[in-house]
Write a protein that binds this ligand. Structure first.
Ligand SMILES: *Cc1c(COP(=O)(O)O)cnc(C)c1O
Length: 422
């Protein structure tokens, strides 16, 4: 018997193999070394033949330099914050990759001089929202709101309805964010009702603006009232409207959801919103509205700390120009045929499933759909499989809702189902 330790390939020899050298360049030496050491350990244990060391190392290396793993979203929740919110369209993904190297994000190739950053994106946004004189893109919706409140309200007051002092999710309370900018919030009305006279009565020489926040993730039913933008605009102070989800124009499926065009047309001075919710783009935020005010925000020192990345500029422009996105598709998709086909293959039950917009938006909007019903334990094995499939647990069953699964991924789901059901 030979001692297996004597035949374990030496680390330096393994690292010198051309395939391993290439892997080190792609993934960094630390990750590769860790895999080499783990494989040497397996050789020592007798689990791997010494001559297979290189092959096993290569097979064990991660596919990418990021530890983020693509996930199949089988929850039926379209804008799932834990799963990265909006999935990008193919054209937005392509744009993002094209912008990865050097790009003319801030350069005029014709004249060879510096140009305004992301001009093509600004043109696309202005074309999509003609009611906005000017637009500024920042890192996310929260940044857009911080910039607007800082530039307009720092040291002064903004008047806000008590019913709009909302928490968006995971402890993110808008009033705390706004007050952190040095803007004082002057609450008017009650939790459920506010009138235009409440607003009028609160206006003083300290008032910088009226702030209207869309309470995205909850709804007050019954004895409730709020004041439409048009009436607020008549009061005569600037109106800043945080519409949240980023609809640029009205969506017939979501009549309760405010959009940038309608809000500006009704007289809002500024609209702020997020880009990775219903707009369906990358993480970013927008400020749209009057030329003077947007320009003031653009020149504010804080704007530089919120500047969006070139790959985001590219993906957002592609999303806005296309005018549709996977989010819009998933809100409307009918998955019954696909669901029944998979169910028949595996002898599973098909049940009705109620999807949701998610991402702290579209409160109360139910998206009727379908799901495959599996035993509850299947959720864990699907989640830890490759690709990872995140399903939903409801009444002790694991539900797979294909609403947010591209049809091209149905076969991947089938393969995972076969594994999970054995
Ligand atoms: C989501 C949301 C925000 C925050 O936008 P992010 O892009 O997540 O930063 C702010 N206000 C409202 C009303 C929202 O719905």
């Amino acid at each position: 018997m030979t001692d297996p330790r004597r035949s374990v390939p030496r680390t330096d020899d393994v690292l010198a193999d051309p395939m391993i050298v290439a892997a080190c360049r792609q993934l960094g030496p630390d990750i590769v070394r860790t895999v080499v050491h783990a494989t040497q350990h397996r050789v020592r244990q007798g689990d791997v033949a010494p001559e297979d060391t290189i092959d096993v190392v290569v097979a064990s290396l991660p596919a990418s330099g990021t530890t983020l793993r693509p996930v199949i979203n089988a929850t039926g929740v379209v804008v799932h914050t834990n799963l990265g919110r909006a999935p990008l369209s193919i054209s937005a993904t392509d744009a993002l990759v094209r912008a990865a190297g050097y790009v003319d994000v801030e350069f005029d190739l014709h004249d060879g001089v510096r140009a305004r950053r992301g001009l093509g994106l600004l043109e696309a946004l202005r074309a999509a929202v003609p009611d906005a004189d000017d637009v500024l893109a920042v890192n996310n919706g929260a940044a857009a709101l911080v910039l607007a409140t800082t530039a307009l309200g720092a040291g002064r007051e903004m008047v806000i309805s008590r019913g709009e002092m909302v928490e968006i999710g995971d402890g993110f309370r808008l009033p705390e964010l706004i007050e952190s900018t040095g803007t004082r919030l002057r609450e008017v009305g009650t939790t459920n009702r506010v009138t235009v006279d409440d607003y009028r009565g609160a206006i003083s020489e300290h008032t910088a603006a009226i702030l209207k926040v869309h309470p995205s993730n909850f709804r007050v039913d019954g004895f409730a009232s709020s004041v439409p933008i048009a009436q607020l605009a008549d009061i005569g102070v600037p109106v800043v409207a945080d519409i949240g989800s980023g609809l640029l124009s009205p969506d017939r499926l979501l009549p309760q959801e405010p959009d940038a065009r309608t809000t500006l047309r009704a007289g809002a001075t500024l609209v702020t919103c997020s880009c990775d919710k219903l707009l369906g783009g990358p993480q970013a935020g927008l400020v749209l509205g009057s030329r003077d005010v947007v320009d003031r925000l653009r020149r504010h020192p804080l704007a530089r700390a919120m500047r969006i990345d070139k790959t985001t500029v590219a993906a957002l422009e592609a999303t806005v120009r296309a005018g549709h996105s996977p989010v819009q598709t998933y809100l409307r998709v009918d998955t019954e045929i696909r669901t029944r086909r998979l169910a028949a293959r595996f002898g599973l039950d098909v049940v009705r499933s109620t999807g949701a917009i998610g991402g702290g938006g579209g409160a109360g909007v139910e998206l009727p759909g379908w799901a495959l019903a599996l035993p509850e334990q299947a959720c864990a094995s699907l989640r830890t499989g490759d690709p990872a499939i995140v399903a939903r647990i409801e009444r002790k069953r694991c539900l797979i809702d294909l609403r947010c699964v591209p049809p091209a991924d149905d076969e991947l789901v089938a393969t995972a189902l076969a594994a999970a059901l054995t």
